[in-house]
Write a protein that binds this ligand. Sequence first.
Ligand code: SAM
Length: 257
Amino acid sequence: MPPSYAHVVTALRSAGCVFAEDEARLILSAARTPAELTVMVDRRVAGLPLEHVLGWAEFRGLRIAVEPGVFVPRRRTEFLVEQAVALATEAPVVVDLCCGSGAVGAALAAALPGAELHAADVDPAAVRCARRNVGAGARVHEGDLFEALPRALRGRIGILAANVPYVPTGEVGLLPPEARDHEPLVALDGGGDGLDVLRRVAGEAPRWLAPGGSLLVETSERQAGLAVEILADAGLIPRLEVSEELYANVVIGLKGS
Ligand SMILES: C[S@@+](CC[C@H](N)C(=O)[O-])C[C@H]1O[C@@H](n2cnc3c(N)ncnc32)[C@H](O)[C@@H]1O
């Protein structure tokens, strides 16, 4: 007999799921057969992130496919998208660098219908997943940061969204097991102070941005001040935007005209 709603809730609650009722409803509606339901509940009980169990995450009202081993887009990153949309001019060139599942790019494409969208990641699993999410009109590239991008984009990017890994190496072990055990280290580890990848992106961004274009990066509250300095040192005009509601910090670097 397939597990009932009550059984699923009990199993999830005893595994420590805080939102057991909501998760049970989602899993029950996603499972196509009783056997699949049992497998999904077992996976969640074993600690797999809910999004990996379901195969998707909700992001800015979109259903984003998230494959095993790919970073689960976080709700707080919706704030970065909101900031980017506010900055976009008509028909902008948009790049989602370090795209993971491509959630940021997909959300930007949905909000900016005239945009030319490129996304890129170093991890082949992320690239495969992003290709499912960003839409047929977008291009997804594989490689190390800007090396992945077509040279023709140099000096043309209006919105450069880069949700890079920013967890300090020494703090990766302190993350919840869902992240630590099921998301790749390359998606989390930002080096000693967490800002190594951000430094590399900031250093190269001015060559790739169009005049008046902006780089947007997410940081922790603690890192935000230093990230502002890094963007300024790279020659960008920096500012910090904070969402108390989403607990999100976005540092924006404008390339002067
Ligand atoms: C924090 S995740 C963010 C993913 C996605 N942008 C999001 O917000 O859901 C960081 C991503 O950066 C990618 N990454 C890390 N180092 C990279 C590099 N040197 N070049 C390109 N991508 C990189 C990882 O593979 C991972 O997908």
